[in-house]
Design a protein around this ligand. Structure first.
Ligand code: PLP
Length: 390
């Protein structure tokens, strides 16, 4: 049987058009965009076109925004959070503004830099708990936004594990009206949601190409120029001195081509995936006893389904599914391999037992109804095998 990939929130395959767009800059057009001779011309033009196009996708047109190309969203989010803190420390503004407000289900790429700033420089990190639907209540988040003491706020647009959508627009707008920089982790949103309004409520937006059929190691941090951010990487003057290092031209072109395709295809692809997911859940629930969709009925990404299977430890279930040719994930990709209950599920108030038996199924471009029907059979056989053995 052809392997079935149901782990698109972990990463995706590079699309055909993206690969074709990159090819030119892997071969013939190898020049450094910073050089002034003829070899630099086409790469420089490609990087600048990618910059404008990427910003347009986020609704961040005009001179008010800067696109900082980087290695992915872990770097982008570190840059946003530490860059804001360092800029504040340098110009003295951080004096009383030492509070960092984040949601309780943020990715490591937000939680860890915030925790590091707290440990190293004494910043205060406030984690706003989520309600049982997995969302931070807007009022509770806004209550923490004291303009006198808050350095920044950060909220993930869509959680990678359950797919929960956070009220980023409401929280971001509240931040803007209080003059507090708002960082939006839009990694899982691109290609699955309409992200064209991102710039209207955010100050810093992080995206990562490999989550939407672009290359790994290529990311973008969009920055509203009004928000001061210090560089983390010093060197040559790329990215207006905010992120030094020779441009990965092929990666940048790939990111831009993937963003372009995501923008064009998103509405119909989201409808298709949410229809497939509904059918899949109906079939799964009627075939396998004791399964529960975590987050069912709440606003979710159209492609994501987090399911607990009674009596089936997540990692055993993933291994059993893998042996049947179906790739799914236990918790988020970054947490795979550790039999620890998912922080996100516990934060939503689920029991440890339920969290330890949860898996993430994430659909994508390659997913067909036939794949999902085979996956249901594999789940039925795997759950039976595991339950019998325990
Ligand atoms: N934020 C979210 C919500 C993610 O899902 C991920 C990756 O899984 C990241 C940030 C980090 O992105 P990258 O893989 O580009 O470092």
């Amino acid at each position: 049987m052809k392997p079935i990939y149901l782990d698109h929130n972990a990463t995706t395959a590079i699309g055909g058009a993206v690969r074709a767009a990159m090819e030119t800059y892997l071969g013939g057009q190898f020049g450094n965009p910073l050089t002034t001779h003829r070899f630099g011309e086409a790469p420089r033009a490609a990087v600048e076109a990618a910059r404008a196009d990427a910003l347009a996708t986020l609704g961040a047109e005009g001179g008010e925004w800067q696109a900082i190309f980087n290695s992915g969203a872990t770097e982008g989010l570190n840059h946003a959070i530490k860059g804001l803190a360092f800029a504040g420390l340098v110009d003295g503004r951080a004096g009383p503004r030492r509070r960092i407000v984040i949601g309780a289900t943020e990715h490591y790429a937000v939680r860890k830099p915030a925790a590091w700033l707290a440990q190293t420089f004494g910043f205060e990190v406030v984690e706003v708990p989520v309600a049982s639907d997995g969302r931070v209540p807007v009022d509770a988040f806004v209550a923490q936004l004291d303009p006198e003491t808050t350095l920044l706020a950060s909220l993930v647009w869509a959680n990678n594990e359950v797919g929960t959508l956070q009220p980023v627009e409401e929280v971001g707008s509240a931040c803007r009206s209080r003059g507090i920089p708002f960082v939006c982790d839009a990694v899982q949103a691109v290609g699955k949601l309409d992200v064209s309004g991102a710039a209207s409520f955010s100050d810093l937006v992080a995206v990562s190409a490999h989550k939407f059929h672009g290359p790994k190691g290529a990311g973008l941090l969009a920055r509203r120029r009004a928000v001061p951010v210090a560089p983390l990487v010093h060197g040559a003057p790329q990215e207006e001195d905010l992120r030094a290092g020779t441009h990965d031209v092929a990666g940048i072109v790939g990111l831009s081509a993937a963003l372009h395709a995501a923008r064009e295809e998103q509405p119909q692809e989201s409808r298709r995936l949410s229809g497939l997911r509904a059918e899949f859940w109906k079939h799964l629930r009627s075939t396998v006893q004791g399964c529960h969709w975590n987050g069912e009925g709440t606003p979710l990404l159209p492609n994501t389904l987090n399911v607990s299977f009674d009596g089936c430890p997540s990692h055993d279930l993933c291994a059993a599914m893998d042996s049947r040719g179906v790739a799914i994930s236990a918790g988020s990709a970054c947490e795979s391999g550790k039999a620890k209950p998912s922080r996100n599920l516990l934060a939503m108030g689920l029991s440890e037992g339920r969290a330890l038996t949860s898996v993430r199924i994430s659909l994508g471009h390659s997913t067909t109804a036939h794949d999902l029907s085979s996956a249901v059979e594999a789940f039925a056989a795997s759950a039976k095998e595991i339950r019998r053995s325990l």
